[in-house]
Design a protein around this ligand. Structure first.
Ligand code: SF4
Length: 330
């Protein structure tokens, strides 16, 4: 089964990206799926230009992090969306099959629009039509499954509709209807318990050193009821507990934390020390991979070049079928 997914280049990646997206992508690759992962640099342009001054650099950084997390360019096709112009052509053709009212009903569009009220860049047509670009991103490789969180389910549904409509309108079987591969990957809160976001200053970069991890974790907010060690707490309302669950805690340690917290038998410092150990254990292979990648001059560029080449071949072949189905002269 072929899997396609992308991520926007936003600079240094934080641990939320690692446990929320990359670990899952690596698992799918290693389970033997045919995996296509791309840097969604055009998507980054749909919500404004402010963050895109360093787009080229961020795109390279993302591929570097893909590999550090364990994506193997021999097993997965790693590429940059804007290098494959066929995505844009297919989006144009799909946009003829998609009504404006359907796009206005996409839940993430409605939510983001409300959240970013006053942001003039959201008045652009690209923001409204980005789910059509996503459909093109997936279908140009005939993706059969898309790893998504619950908030992205509606996008895959739209992709399925577009594929169905294209096949029906042009009486062909060019596109599969991809299924959602719902991943129950944890959404990590920031160190202050709010949503993890650069703008709140509550993120932890994947590339943090052990000392930086310690500096970020030890002052982390916990259950406010635990003023003293003798005060029982509730892990369910503590961000440290969310981190424990994301960073490969053993079942035995899970019980130790849960019981120790609820029965006031352990202190938050003890609890955080265990978390730090598990975070270091999880992130050490990533840090080691980064050292190796950085030691190979031009390696990231080479990977991008050959990933783009492999992606382009498939995209060209799909577009050939599309143009034939639509009776386009060229
Ligand atoms: S013991 Fe652990 S889970 Fe409980 S409040 Fe403290 S840090 Fe949070």
């Amino acid at each position: 089964m072929r899997i396609v997914s992308g991520s926007r280049p936003t600079g240094k990646l934080h641990i939320g990206h690692y446990v929320g997206i990359l670990e899952n992508w690596v698992r799918l690759q290693n389970e033997g799926f045919e995996t296509f992962y791309f840097v969604a640099d055009w998507h980054a342009l749909t919500t404004g230009y402010d963050e895109t001054q360093n787009l080229a650099e961020y795109s390279k950084e993302l591929i570097r992090m893909f590999m550090a997390a364990g994506l193997d360019p021999e097993k997965s096709v790693l590429f940059v969306q804007s290098a494959i112009k066929e995505h844009a052509e297919l989006q144009l053709l799909f946009s003829m099959l998609t009504s404006v009212s359907r796009l206005e009903r996409v839940p993430t569009y409605k939510e983001q629009k409300q959240q970013m009220e006053g942001n003039q860049s959201l008045a652009n047509a690209g923001f409204l039509t980005y789910p059509v670009l996503q459909a093109a991103d997936i279908l140009i490789y005939k993706g059969e499954a898309v790893p998504v969180g619950e908030d992205q389910l509606s996008h895959v549904e739209l992709t399925r509709e577009v594929a169905r409509k294209f096949n029906y309108t042009y009486n062909c079987e060019v596109f599969p209807e991809p299924e959602s591969k719902l991943s129950h990957t944890p959404k990590l809160p920031g160190t202050d318990g709010r949503k993890m976001s650069k703008s709140y200053g509550n993120i932890i970069n994947i590339e943090s050193t052990p000392e930086e991890l310690k500096k970020a974790i030890m002052p982390m907010i916990t259950d406010p009821a635990r003023k003293r060690k003798s005060d029982p707490g509730n892990p369910e309302i503590c961000p440290v507990w969310s981190y424990h669950k994301a960073f490969r805690i053993t079942e035995e340690d899970k019980k130790w934390v849960f019981n120790g917290c609820t029965k006031a038998e352990i202190g938050c410092v003890q609890c955080k020390k265990l978390l730090l150990q598990n975070m270091e254990k999880t992130l050490t292979p990533v840090w080691e991979n980064l050292v190796e990648i950085d030691a190979r001059e031009g390696y990231v560029d080479d990977v991008i070049y050959s990933g783009n080449k492999r992606a382009r071949e498939i995209a060209k072949s799909t577009m050939h079928e599309v143009r034939n189905a639509m009776n386009l002269l060229f």
